[in-house]
Design a protein around this ligand. Structure first.
Ligand SMILES: [Zn+2]
Length: 219
């Protein structure tokens, strides 16, 4: 466990509680719910989404296979070690499904920004980059999204170990119809589908080869 994660408070079950997890009105914390304030502070001060400490030159996103295709995520970046730990131990450590708003909806909860895909991704991708861009979501739920930039290193993980090619491919294929359906509601569906096809083939270049495993420890 990275030292920055070891210093986080623990849940009753003994799991470190990620820094982004919101405080609910009764003082409890739910791993699935991120705080809007944390989201803002992560962007403003360049803090790691999982441990809350300052990021360095390299930043790492934990992505599901679909985000590996469209290169967009709702979660701010992490330290590389924090991201690998989360991808290995529990992808939900890095990818809450809800965002807590102060005020607004009656219970203060809204879905994460953009068009999220609510399903178990099967495999997680740690995407290390030197630069990314935050932007406002144009479709789906409002909020800030991240264009994850060009990767300097990628590794796939499943069930606590490096993912196999078969696992990554199954995961990507199962989600592709969802991205294709989203293209149909765009202004120019044909152009969106062409773009998706290009992104899909770029993503395939990042999938480990037959009989190989990706991931492993830092080089
Ligand atoms: Zn961290």
């Amino acid at each position: 466990m990275p030292p920055a994660i070891a210093r986080l408070p623990r849940s009753r079950e003994g799991y470190p509680i990620p820094w982004f997890v919101a405080y609910l009105d009764d003082g409890t914390r739910d791993f699935r719910i991120a705080g809007q304030e944390q989201h803002f502070n992560a962007r403003r001060f360049g803090l790691c989404w999982i441990c809350g400490q300052k990021l360095g030159r390299f930043m790492a996103f934990v992505l599901g296979p679909m985000c590996a295709v469209n290169r967009v995520t709702a979660e701010p970046p992490n330290h590389r070690d924090c991201a690998v730990y989360a991808a290995k131990v529990c992808p939900f450590l890095a990818t809450p499904s809800m965002c807590r708003r102060d005020g607004g909806t009656p219970d203060g909860l809204v879905a994460a920004a953009g068009e999220t895909i609510s399903r178990n991704p099967g495999a997680s991708l740690v995407w290390v980059t030197r630069e990314f861009k935050a932007f406002r979501a144009q479709l789906g739920n409002e909020g800030v999204l991240f264009d994850v930039g060009e990767p300097v290193e990628t590794s796939w993980w499943a069930e606590g170990r490096p993912a196999t090619r078969a696992e990554v491919m199954a995961s990507i294929r199962s989600g592709l119809p969802i991205l294709e359906a989203a293209c149909e509601s765009d202004d120019d569906p044909a152009e969106s589908l062409r773009m998706l096809d290009k992104q899909y083939h770029e993503a395939l270049a990042l999938v480990p080869g037959e009989g190989q495993q990706s991931g492993g420890e830092p080089r």
